[in-house]
Design a protein around this ligand. Structure first.
Ligand code: IPD
Ligand code: CA
Ligand code: CA
Length: 274
């Protein structure tokens, strides 16, 4: 373990457990996914686009149970289970199924995403995609991987050299979305949306996408991905600004060669709370 990492206490044991829990949680999610015709889908707060099923809750329960058995003093922030001891030194940030709309509609781009903050800093991340047999993972200062293979961001210097992931909702922050798309296309770029923020950030880390912009995310959508991205050499806007951990924010991530160009296309909203 390097010196910087030792400042984070018992991080190696947490990293090892994280990878196995994320993988097993993804298997559990897959059990539900293969039986999804029988799942009751609920619309959160009467929002027809915001869906959840019993699978999301069951997967998060499993993750919290396994992590707290090993580390009973750690805190939790999860999309379905809410907050528990936010002041804890070690805070797990969990999205049991990121890409639930895809999940309930039989589309394969969903995953389990688990990040760990230590003293307020994102330190561990794991994103498990059971449909493609991929586990993206990273520990601050120790590199980024998909399964056992090291990953690195794209070498692009201009947006026309690759694909840029995008995402938005009809609810918040969307005002900058169409101008961004227009600017991207004007520059000869191209966009793609797969319905899972955690996977798109991982794809930027793995050099499959050159960047990704979403107008409003929650911390459980992106915290794990941000660790993977940083360790793969990517750049991210300051997601945690203005209480982003609890309130969310817009997010831009990219390989270094196109970050400035994409940031100019997004405009000033990246520096403000949305
Ligand atoms: C959603 C996905 C989607 C993004 C939404 C998120 P969920 O998470 O990450 O890609 O556009 O903003 O809410 O609801 O599937 O966990
Ligand atoms: Ca999510
Ligand atoms: Ca979710």
């Amino acid at each position: 373990m390097n010196q910087t990492l030792s400042a984070f206490g018992d991080i190696e044991a947490r990293y090892t457990l994280l990878k196995s829990v994320a993988g097993n949680a993804a298997k559990l999610g897959m059990d539900y996914y293969t039986r999804r015709e029988n799942l009751t889908v609920i619309h959160k707060e009467n929002d027809l686009q915001d869906v959840v099923s019993v699978a999301d809750k069951a997967v998060e329960d499993y993750i919290r149970c396994e992590l707290s058995k090993a580390f009973p003093s750690d805190g939790f922030l999860g999309e379905e289970g809410g907050a528990l001891d936010l002041e804890a030194r070690y805070l797990w940030v969990i999205d049991p199924i990121d890409g639930t709309s895809c999940f309930v509609n039989g589309l394969h781009s969903w995953c389990v995403s688990i990040g760990l903050m230590v003293d307020g800093l994102p330190v561990l991340g794991a994103i498990a995609d059971p449909n493609h047999g991929e586990l993206f993972h990273a520990c601050r200062g120790a590199g980024a991987f998909v399964n056992d293979t090291v990953i690195r961001v794209h070498a692009a210097q201009h947006v026309r050299e690759g694909l840029t992931g995008v995402g938005t909702t009809y609810r918040r922050g969307k005002e900058s979305f169409l101008p961004f798309l227009q600017g991207l296309l004007d520059e000869g770029g191209m966009f793609i949306r797969n319905g899972s923020a955690a996977l798109m950030i991982s794809y930027v880390a793995a050099g499959r996408l050159i960047g990704y912009y979403e107008t409003n995310l929650k911390s459980w959508d992106c915290l794990a991905g941000l660790v993977v991205l940083q360790e793969a050499g990517g750049i991210a806007s300051d997601f945690l600004r203005n209480n982003g951990l609890l309130d969310g924010n817009s997010l831009l991530v990219a390989c270094p060669g196109v970050y400035e160009q994409l940031s100019d296309l997004v405009g000033p909203s990246l520096d403000t709370d949305c």
